[in-house]
Design a protein around this ligand. Structure first.
Ligand code: SF4
Length: 377
């Protein structure tokens, strides 16, 4: 938020309250992976405290009909993106493939590098995929009119408020996600409702859009999206079980630009990871000028990734807090019984019951997008 109040962040908190009190609406919510490791700070808990169960309980008490997880859709993103990556490795499309989960980064490349717009993955970001699935598959499966469903995203990110308005991300002119509120705004709603957060019991997400894997949790930190994609791409390309799912070469936030090499059968995959747009610019200039080559790249606009997003609790420059959130993300991954996106049973069922093939026609229609060169003023 601008310190002189010349610019203010748009808040949808009142709209969300209005929807929750409207008997004609069926209001559901999804929460991004980075929320569960930071929300506790708003209620005096130690940075890095994992509050997944209390977060779900709080959302239920606020009145949401279903409490779902963006992590479910992150698993869907990974199967779609891995399919796209393998297609490009097989000559169908240009390398490197760039991850497309971060709307600030997507807007940056549209303005600054329009000549490279064929390299980002065409996958929508996970919360947009979630909205699209909620208003199609979920609506049809549970016989709820899609126009009654209101999708609210709790995000660590202010740019997601802009992202939901992008024309390219609407389905037949209808927004996939209706409102985005940040972690701080969610905490404000909990306080407004008089809920004693720290006393809440732990509760589970609703299903079917609440089931997730460790791969999806790590989306919340820099390097996590590419690591999740590698877990799936490795098994799909080699046909072998990946014994050690942790790719430490792409982890950490000390280096703004990281490189790693991953052996995939007889191929050596070159992976790049950038966080912070200054680092992204250097990387893209080198790719454009032919100075560096990668097979796949992850870019996140915020240093550290979404754990340090603009909507998260303020840390006033204390990077130990960001580190504690990052450690908590990896801890949550280790706790999960399933750690590869393509093994998520709810995702497998979604494809069997509704979408058909990975990367197929229906999946493309609902889950993919395109990019537009934009003028820089
Ligand atoms: Fe939003 Fe920052 Fe995450 Fe990008 S890295 S999606 S801008 S919170």
């Amino acid at each position: 938020v601008c310190p002189t109040a010349a610019l203010t962040e748009v808040s949808y908190v009142q709209d969300v309250w209005n929807a929750l009190h409207d008997p004609d609406k069926y209001v559901i919510v999804q929460t991004a992976p980075a929320i569960r490791v930071a929300l506790g700070e708003e209620f005096g808990l130690k940075p890095g405290t994992i509050v997944t169960g209390k977060m779900v309980a709080a959302l239920r008490r606020l009145g949401f009909k279903k409490v779902f997880d963006t992590d479910f859709a992150a698993d869907v993103t990974i199967v779609e993106e891995s399919k796209e990556f393998i297609d490009r490795l097989n000559g169908k499309g240009r390398l490197p493939i760039l991850t497309s989960c971060c709307p600030s980064w997507v807007k940056f490349i549209e303005h600054q590098f329009p000549e490279l717009l064929d390299i980002p993955s065409t996958c929508k970001s996970p919360h947009m995929m979630f909205g699209a699935i909620a208003k199609t598959y979920f609506a049809e499966k549970f016989n709820i009119p899609a126009d009654k469903i209101v999708v609210v995203s709790v995000m660590p990110c202010i740019a997601k408020k802009y992202e939901i308005q992008r024309e390219e991300l609407k389905s037949d002119g209808v927004e996939n996600v209706d409102y985005v509120i940040t972690t701080r705004e969610f905490a404000k709603m909990i306080r407004e409702a008089g809920i004693d957060f720290t006393k809440l019991p732990d509760e589970d997400f609703d299903n079917p859009l609440g089931e997730s894997t460790g791969a999806s949790v790590i989306f919340g930190t820099t390097g996590g999206v590419i690591e999740a994609a590698l877990r799936t791409a490795y098994e799909w390309v080699t046909g072998e079980t990946l014994q050690d799912v942790e790719f430490h070469g792409v982890r950490g936030f000390e280096d703004g630009l990281k490189e790693a090499t991953v052996k995939l059968k007889d191929m050596e995959l070159k992976i790049g990871v950038a966080h912070g747009l200054g680092n992204a610019r250097r990387l893209l200039e080198d790719i454009r000028d032919g100075k560096r080559f990668y097979h796949a790249i992850e870019i996140m606009a915020c240093p550290g990734g979404c754990i340090d997003g603009g909507g998260q609790p303020y840390h006033h420059g204390n990077l130990e807090i960001v580190k504690a959130r990052m450690n908590a993300i990896y801890e949550e991954d280790r706790r999960k019984p399933i750690r590869k996106s393509h093994e998520n049973p709810a995702v497998i069922k979604l494809y069997q019951e509704y979408l058909g093939e990975y990367g197929g026609h229906k999946a493309h229609k609902i889950l993919h997008t395109h990019y537009t060169p934009r003028e820089t003023i």
